[in-house]
Structure formats: C-alpha cells, structure tokens
Ligand binder design. Structure first.
Ligand SMILES: NC(=O)c1ccc[n+]([C@@H]2O[C@H](COP(=O)([O-])OP(=O)(O)OC[C@H]3O[C@@H](n4cnc5c(N)ncnc54)[C@H](O)[C@@H]3O)[C@@H](O)[C@H]2O)c1
Length: 251
C-alpha cells in the first residue's frame, strides 16, 4: 500500500516520546518531512536520530513548544511554512495524565492544567494548523483522544473530561471544514505502553488485563492508524473517532 506522502509536510506535537515519536517516525518512513514539537530539545533530538536512521531522504525541523500556549503552536506552523512551504498533516498528540483522585478532591489548578494541555492544546493547535492548510492545498488533522474519550475512568476526572472534549471538538471542526479541503479525525488508543503509564509492572499488567486482547498496545499500532488517516487513502474519512484498543470498548 502506498500512502503517497512523499514530499508532504507533517507536524506532530509531543513528538519526543511514546505515540508522538512513533507517529513522527511513521510519517518519515512514508516520505513526509516532519516538524516535531515537544517541551524538551533532548527528547526531540532522540526522535530526529531515529528518523535519520529510518529515512535519509526526509528533512526534520524541531520546535520547543508548550501545547498549552497558542503562540507556540503558531511558531511550529510558521516553521513548517518557512522550511517546507506547506503543511499537509498535523497530529495533535501532546498530552498529560492527571492526579488520581475522585471528583470532589480534584485540585482546581491540576484540573485547569490538564484541560489546558489536553483540550485547549488541541484547539490552539488546530487554529494555527487550519489557517495554514486553508491557505494551501488543504490537509488532514488527527487529534489523539483516548478510549477515555468515550468511557469513564474512576479517579480520572480531568483526563476523561479533556479527552471527551477532544472528540467533540474534532467532530465540530470536521463539520466546519468538510467542504473546505481539511479532514479532521480523532483516534482513541487503549492503554499503550509508553512513559505516561509509569513503570510499575503490576499496574501495567492490571491495565493489560482490562483489554480483551490481554495486552497493552504499542505506540506503532497507533501510529499506523494515524498515518493512514492522514493520507490520501482516507479521503472520505472526516469527523470520525477510531479506537485502536485491543477490544476495550467492545465490552
Ligand atoms: N499511553 C496510553 O495509554 C495512552 C492512551 C490513550 C491516549 N493517550 C494519549 O496519547 C498521547 C501521547 O501520550 P503517550 O502515551 O505517547 O505519552 P508520553 O508521555 O510518552 O508522551 C507524551 C508527550 O507529550 C509531551 N507533553 C506533555 N505535556 C506537554 C505540553 N504541555 N506541551 C508539549 N508537549 C507536552 C511530553 O513531553 C511527551 O513527549 C497523549 O495525548 C495521551 O493522552 C495515551
């Protein structure tokens, strides 16, 4: 299957780790130049190194950017336009977990931080990305939600609310731009083995047991879905929310 991404430009937030790193690498393998953003240069450097090993024919640009800051998203889009003259695909992936307490005990500052990064971050990102795509040849945006964009999770109020918000925001943006050449979709990963889950083996085994497939997902398994949705092969798909979750939501 040829995804036809040669010469395209893809922007990935949170590209220094986990799912974002796998997505950036998958875009590069398919021939796209990649703009990578994250909080720390060292983590971005690691992703750039992996991309250089995977495909010498693509170029990368790194931008230190806080997902909760609209200006940083604009900086990343400007970098794409200045370096490559186009933005074809954007993946709003940067995200954080919240504190594990019941609703009445949620610290308001923590609530605001999680909503700012996980939900407003996607909104800020899309505003900058849409303007570039609408002024060019159109494009595709994929927002990383979660299975917790559809199901609840005890003691996870801020995270769950933020991910439900990402799904609704995605659907609405898809409707806004359905006739304007920009497709907008969301993905809902089940629990994926990345640093966000921590390293407690017993806790990871418990999370794995919640999935009918009996295992955690791998970042690459989410990256493949995202890169497909970003490609011309997904030309009819917009406003969709696809789960890749080992059967979690089928229960
Ligand atoms: N791992 C899972 O089980 C899982 C499941 C469903 C959804 N997700 C979502 O997938 C996305 C990626 O998570 P991951 O599992 O790869 O975790 P990760 O911790 O490996 O990666 C998250 C990346 O986002 C970056 N980030 C965090 N806050 C940021 C901010 N304010 N500005 C910019 N970058 C920031 C981190 O530096 C990190 O590089 C997140 O949105 C997460 O909610 C993860």
């Amino acid at each position: 299957m040829n995804l036809n991404l040669n010469g395209k430009t893809a922007l990935v937030t949170g590209a220094g780790s986990g799912i974002g790193q796998a997505v950036a690498l998958a875009f590069a393998r398919e021939g796209a130049n990649v703009v990578l953003t994250d909080l720390k240069q060292e983590s971005l450097d690691e992703t750039v190194k992996l991309i250089e090993q995977a495909n010498k024919d693509v170029q990368t640009v790194t931008v230190i950017a806080d997902a909760g800051n609209p200006d940083d998203h604009q900086k990343a889009v400007d970098a794409a336009m200045e370096t490559f003259g186009r933005l074809d695909a954007a993946v709003n992936n940067a995200g954080m977990g919240g504190e594990a307490v019941p609703v009445a005990e949620v610290n308001v500052k923590n609530w605001q931080k999680v909503l700012e990064v996980n939900l407003s971050g996607v909104f800020y990102g899309m505003q900058a990305q849409l303007n570039a795509m609408l002024g060019g040849e159109g494009g595709s945006i994929v927002n990383v939600a979660s299975i917790l964009g559809q199901a609840g999770w005890a003691n996870g109020a801020a995270y769950v609310a933020s991910k439900h918000g990402v799904v609704g925001l995605t659907r609405t943006a898809a409707l806004d731009y359905a006739q304007k050449g920009v497709r907008v979709n969301a993905v809902g990963p089940g629990f994926i083995e990345t640093p966000i889950l921590g390293q407690d083996r017993q806790a990871l085994d418990y999370l794995a047991s919640l999935h009918p497939m009996g295992r955690l997902g791998k970042p690459e398994e989410i990256a493949h879905l995202i890169v497909f949705l970003s490609s011309p092969l997904a030309s009819l798909i917009t406003g969709a929310y696809y789960n890749a979750d080992g059967g979690y939501l089928a229960k």
